[in-house]
Write a protein that binds this ligand. Structure first.
Ligand code: AMP
Length: 394
């Protein structure tokens, strides 16, 4: 029995899953929330049972201790679970990390230093790495980066047209994110179609709370909508996506400072900013009830999606498949229909019945005879992390 413990840490939470890398099956999963607050919460699922308890986790180390106790309460002490490696999701790998990487002290330090480019993500992920290495000192720890998949983008796609000296000094270029998801979804799409991924041009639309589009040629990312940070591109739950940088200068001169702009664009924009809720279901319900702000929010989001889809059809010189994934992409048939409406000229036709089907799992929603396949492929970032760790360690 060998298992990989997959860790996805944020500033105030740690998600964990215990995965069989061969089958992708979970033996256990859970979440510690509100780390650093006086009353945190732990949710633990194992062997068909679920437990939610209040815990006090003053830091990531304490959160891992709470996780270990939860495993012990549910029958199997963590030492007996057969954990052979720990996989850590790391958001920003910069230009230096292009593949999963075995973590030693030097790698951990570099991950912390890349926090300059991802202040909200890398520092807490570094904390989790330090805590997990102390708790599991005898197994390899591997970092799997959200940016790595996009390191195949050509220079012309990742370069911002600014003074190269300034860009180099500050690491300003497009990195792209959601790479773990784009990678697993594009591979599973190829498996679903029974075709070699090297033969396929795919546009993958990862539409969740965060959202990004990716142009994938033969299994390699050649363009993606997120940039230096996960703020660029599509309209998201609370993030604006693309906005004229001149608007930021205008707001700075009008009295905003950097933190104020950060809160505005990352936390109070997107669907939340336009329609009052960052949850797509709420916005869809409000639009159906005739709320004009919600209708506009969806209109803006769909318009932006179609712009990126059109752009990526040209970047790829045509497409073999358009693939929807993540919370909204997997579940909202109406959005999928709106994104693909009127694109018959491009060989893209959605079958309304297939699209509306309650079926879950990988499925085809394109019409018979649609030149471009239209698919829904559920994402599974944790299974992909476990797979990449397993592959690295052999
Ligand atoms: P994710 O970040 O992938 O977990 O996706 C979260 C987003 O998916 C939220 O905006 C949810 O409203 C949306 N979502 C989840 N389930 C559904 C559903 N059945 N219909 C529409 N949107 C959904």
């Amino acid at each position: 029995m060998s298992r990989i413990l997959v860790i996805n840490a944020g500033s105030s939470s740690i998600k964990y899953q215990l995965i069989d890398p061969g089958t992708g099956e979970r033996d256990a999963s859970g979440l510690v929330e509100r780390i650093g607050e006086s009353a945190g919460r732990l949710l633990h699922r194992a062997a068909g049972a679920e437990e939610a308890v209040t815990v006090t986790a003053r830091d990531h180390s304490a959160a891992f201790a709470a996780m270990v106790e939860a495993f012990a309460r549910h029958g199997t002490p963590i030492a007996e679970l057969g954990i052979v490696a720990v996989g850590h999701r790391v958001v920003q790998g910069g230009s230096e990390f292009v593949r999963p990487t075995l973590i030693d002290d030097a790698v951990a330090e570099r991950i912390l230093r890349l926090g300059e480019l991802a202040p909200l993500h890398n520092p807490p992920q570094y904390d989790a790495i330090v805590a997990a290495r102390a708790l599991f000192p005898d197994v390899p720890h591997v970092a799997v980066f959200d940016t790595a998949f996009h390191q195949t983008m050509p220079e012309r796609a990742y370069t911002y047209a600014i003074d190269p000296a300034v860009a180099a000094e500050h690491g300003v270029r497009r990195y792209g994110f959601h790479g773990i998801s784009h990678q697993v979804v594009s591979r599973r799409a190829a498996e679903f179609l029974g075709r070699p991924i090297t033969d396929l041009r795919q546009v993958v639309l990862h539409l969740g709370n965060g959202a990004s589009a990716c142009a994938i040629d033969g299994g390699r990312s050649v363009d993606t909508s997120m940039g230096l940070t996960p703020l660029e591109g599509l309209v998201m739950g609370t993030r604006s996506g693309d906005i004229d940088p001149g608007a930021l200068l205008h707001l700075l001169r009008a009295g905003y400072d950097a933190d104020g702009l950060d809160r505005l664009l990352n936390g109070r924009s997107g669907l939340l900013g336009l329609a009052g809720s960052g949850d797509f279901r709420d916005v869809r319900d409000a639009a159906a009830a005739g709320d004009p702000a919600a209708e506009l929010a969806i209109g803006v989001a769909v318009h932006r999606l179609r712009r990126y889809l059109g752009a990526y059809l040209l970047v790829l010189g045509g497409a073999d498949a358009i693939v929807f994934t993540a919370g909204v992409g997997e579940n909202n048939a109406q959005l999928r229909a709106e994104v693909c409406a009127g694109l018959e000229w491009f060989g893209i036709r959605v079958d309304p019945e297939r699209n509306a089907s309650e079926e879950r799992g990988a499925r085809r929603i394109g019409a018979d005879g649609s030149r471009v396949e239209v698919l829904v492929i559920p994402t599974d970032e944790e299974a992909e992390i476990a797979r990449q760790v397993h592959e690295l360690l052999g």
